[in-house]
Design a protein around this ligand. Structure first.
Ligand SMILES: NC(=O)c1ccc[n+]([C@@H]2O[C@H](COP(=O)([O-])OP(=O)(O)OC[C@H]3O[C@@H](n4cnc5c(N)ncnc54)[C@H](OP(=O)(O)O)[C@@H]3O)[C@@H](O)[C@H]2O)c1
Length: 276
């Protein structure tokens, strides 16, 4: 995981292709981190009202007739739209443009086939909390990516939360299975804890409110603390107490750890199946 971003590390110019849920969320973080709106171009055939308004307010170029390649081209369209969009997108790649793709399942080789002008490519997998600047992104760089380009990509991802660089592109499927899909596992934990609270005798509304606040609060505490998660867990577990009784169930050999391993392995397999 790397340091916080700053304006000096933002690219001199950036083109964002696809300003949907993820593209729009990432853009908000970049602007907050100091990306120059006047050096920013958005290409999106049917931009949402919020994007149109943002562009008008901040002076961002939106769908210019002849878009110029920038220092960075970020691809945030749906993966299934890549083939149809490839010709137009390739024209947004200049000789020194860094291509950054967040398209699930599209490898660096797939991207090069569709956008033959691309040389330096970073492939990344962000996650949903990027929309509040609390995302986790796993990223890998092709050998053509210069140290300066990698630093720029790092600053862009860091503006959306934590970033981890991978030595090997093959690990992206594991990133997808851990942090890409991970927020859904945590939401499920809230649902399961609330259901268990109802079974233990609480009113549904009370169980749901307590489960939600507990997971959100524990996450915030973890974030604020220098301690590892295992240490925080041990700190709240008195020997022979109530938490220990519950953890004896969750940590038995067929408990949460093997179930999570199985779930992550299934997601990783699915990510590999969807590639191409
Ligand atoms: N959402 C997540 O949690 C998440 C997490 C990790 C990675 N991703 C990746 O992020 C990418 C975008 O996902 P999303 O959820 O943000 O999808 P989305 O909301 O549908 O956004 C995609 C945007 O791209 C636009 N678009 C379509 N064709 C285009 C073209 N030729 N040129 C420029 N823009 C074009 C779409 O416009 P229309 O609506 O008019 O088609 C839409 O505004 C996907 O590749 C996904 O794998 C998403």
């Amino acid at each position: 995981m790397t340091a916080a971003p700053n304006a000096a590390r933002m690219p001199a110019s950036l083109v964002l292709a696809g300003a949907g849920k993820m593209g729009g969320a990432m853009l908000a973080g970049w602007l907050d981190a100091g990306l120059d709106p006047r050096a920013t171009t958005i290409v999106d055939p049917v931009p949402a009202r919020a994007i149109v308004d943002l562009c008008a307010q901040r002076g961002i170029r939106l769908n210019p007739t002849e878009p110029e390649p920038g220092a960075v081209l970020v691809l945030a369209i749906k993966p299934q739209g890549l083939d149809a969009a490839a010709f137009g997108l390739d024209r947004l790649v200049g000789s020194d443009t860094l291509l950054v793709s967040i398209l699930a399942g599209k490898t660096i080789a797939d991207l090069r086939t569709r956008l033959p002008r691309a040389r330096a490519v970073v492939r990344a997998m962000p996650n949903l909390p990027a929309s509040i600047g609390r995302g986790a992104t796993g990223a890998c760089a092709s050998p053509e990516v210069t140290p300066a380009q990698r630093d720029t990509a790092d600053a862009l991802f860091a503006a959306n939360g934590a970033v981890a660089w991978l030595a090997d592109e093959a690990q992206i499927d594991a990133v997808t299975a851990v942090s890409g899909s991970g927020p859904a596992y945590v939401f499920l934990l809230v649902e399961a804890l609330a259901e268990a609270g109802i079974a233990a005798g609480l009113d549904p509304a009370v169980a749901q409110a307590l489960a939600r606040a507990t997971v959100a609060g524990a996450g915030a505490l973890l974030d604020a603390s220098p301690e590892e998660a295992a240490e925080l867990r041990r700190n709240v577990t008195s020997p022979g107490g109530t938490t220990a009784a519950a953890l004896d169930v969750l940590m038995r050999p067929d408990g949460l750890a093997p179930l999570m391993r199985e779930a992550v392995a299934a997601a990783k397999r699915r990510a590999a199946e969807l590639a191409g």
